[in-house]
Design a protein around this ligand. Structure first.
Ligand code: MTE
Ligand code: MO
Length: 207
């Protein structure tokens, strides 16, 4: 209820301007990184509550409480996949284990090769936001982000990096990889926040 219907498809789950995509295409910029378990760690750093850095090895990360979430995925290039089941570690679990300082407002999610995306703390902390290791009960493939990718169901999919390596707590907003390159700082598909030129004053740091 309350969600606008897409005029193109007449489908209540499709945000405006999106079309339904069957299957699950692979979409990203750059090469697929090779996973090296002995070198991999997941870090929470920046403005943490205790001022320290929190690290998990792959073994430790996969031992964290496992949750599942059903979520849609909307690519800003106008296709959407509906109703996938993601399994992994809720962002809330990471926030509990590595709490941010009280003045943290934003989170930068860092992935392999320096890919990044910035999120408002509230978007990052959303109940359905999950560091996915699985889809439909199966381990992610390398192309889809193995070992860990973020799913932020309420935002365009570029806000969910594949091959995540850590999060940085920030006390001010800063643009991530695509947000610096013409994409909207907030990325709400229901408001069609696709491009940075659409940003209203206060919706993003100066370009
Ligand atoms: N590291 C990284 N993650 C990324 C991207 C990227 O370029 N690099 N692209 C994003 C975009 S635009 C989309 S639509 C989704 C696609 O996820 P999929 O390939 O699993 O369908 O990944 C997102 N995560
Ligand atoms: Mo995308």
């Amino acid at each position: 209820m309350g969600q606008p219907h897409s005029r193109e498809e007449g489908h209540p789950q499709l945000p405006p301007g999106q079309r339904l995509q069957r299957g699950w295409p692979v979409t990203h910029y750059g090469p697929v990184p090779k996973f090296r378990p002995e070198r991999w760690e997941f870090r929470a750093f920046g403005a943490t509550k205790d001022g320290g850095k929190h690290c998990w090895t792959h073994e430790e990360f996969t031992a964290l409480p496992y949750a599942t979430v059903v979520a849609d995925m909307h690519c800003v290039t106008k296709f959407s996949m509906l109703g996938a089941e993601w399994g992994g570690v809720r962002t809330q679990t990471i926030l509990d284990l590595a709490p941010p300082a009280p003045d943290v407002t934003h989170v930068m999610v860092w992935a392999e090769y320096g890919f990044s995306s910035n999120l408002r703390l509230d978007d990052f902390a959303a109940e359905n936001c999950i560091f996915a290791t699985h889809r439909s009960g199966e381990l992610l493939t390398a192309e889809h982000g193995f070992p860990v990718r973020l799913i932020v169901p309420q935002l365009y999919a570029w806000k969910g990096p594949k091959w995540v390596r850590g999060i940085e707590y920030m006390t001010a907003d800063r643009r991530g990889f695509w947000e610096e390159r013409g994409y909207h700082n907030l990325g709400d598909p229901w408001r069609e926040q696709r491009y940075s030129y659409q940003e209203e004053p206060g919706e993003g740091p100066e370009l």
